[in-house]
Design a protein around this ligand. Structure first.
Ligand SMILES: [Zn+2]
Length: 274
């Protein structure tokens, strides 16, 4: 069986890390770096339309602040909602040089879990670290908060790329594939370069077709449905064209025999086979 897990990081608009601050900012468009949420909110709505259009469910990895600020919790609750930090923290400190202590990471986790549960009506089961850069100490305690899987690591794609049990943290692992394309350039299943006009949708269908049996995790950001880093806020036509490209990735994969599932469903399916 081939499972297609479409995942959407519900982030503040065009998020960025800054030295000296664990929380993420939004890219400065001339009005400062205070986090903005309008493209993320709009993008979440566009994703909802797309999921209805294709008759499928997806997984949102929500930073709790953005979930609260956009007010989309109830709307997206028909999909899976996982955890993506409270304020899009850089948990390893690699980008911000802020080293969060063990207690601080637990406090952030607890607060974010409560906010997401309140807004969505269910507790997250999955985790994706901001920047795809998890702190190992944090992975080690996440199961205490009801998290059952992590999807924060890239892994070279193989014929059998799939969900699996991670030895180290007591979590299931839902890997995000990467590969070298025909010209030797690295590609991951983040649709980022497609939104920014640097790759076509077929690149992401081809990547999925390197998996013969297993799970293909495709990733994007809510804001990336309504704004690009290079081009700013999209107009109506750009939104439609961007929507069509994302739709093409997903519908082509479904035509290739991929069955859409949430990450949680893929994890449960793997557990029941074990
Ligand atoms: Zn993120």
């Amino acid at each position: 069986m081939r499972r297609l897990c479409f995942t959407v990081d519900l982030d503040r608009d065009v998020n960025d890390a800054v030295i000296g601050k664990a929380a993420a900012i939004s890219m400065d468009r001339g009005q400062g770096t205070e986090p903005r949420f309008s493209s993320s909110e709009k993008g979440a709505g566009i994703i909802m339309d797309l999921m209805d259009d294709l008759g499928m469910r997806c997984t949102f990895f929500a930073e709790a602040r953005t979930l609260r600020k956009t007010g989309v919790g109830r709307t997206i609750s028909k999909h899976e909602v996982g955890l993506h930090g409270l304020d899009h923290e850089d948990f390893t400190g690699a980008r911000t040089k802020v080293m969060l202590g063990h207690g601080e990471m637990r406090e952030i986790t607890e607060r974010a879990m409560v906010m997401i549960r309140d807004d969505v009506g269910r507790s997250p089961r999955g985790f994706r670290s901001p920047y795809m850069d998890p702190n190992e100490e944090m992975l080690d305690f996440l199961h205490e908060y009801g998290i059952v899987y992590d999807s924060s690591r890239y892994e070279y794609v193989s014929r059998n790329t799939d969900v699996r049990r991670s030895e180290a943290y007591g979590l299931m692992e839902v890997p995000v594939p990467k590969a070298e394309d025909a010209s030797g350039k690295t590609i991951t299943s983040y649709l980022w370069p497609m939104h920014e006009g640097k790759r076509g949708y077929r690149d992401f269908v081809d990547l999925g077709n390197r998996i013969y049996e297993g799970t293909y995790v495709v990733c994007t950001h809510s804001w990336h449905m309504a704004e690009t880093r290079g081009g700013g806020v999209m107009d109506a036509q750009e939104i439609r064209e961007n929507y069509d490209r994302v739709r093409s990735v997903l519908s082509d994969l479904i035509d290739c025999g991929y069955v859409p599932q949430t990450c949680e469903e893929a994890v449960r399916g793997t557990l029941s086979r074990a």
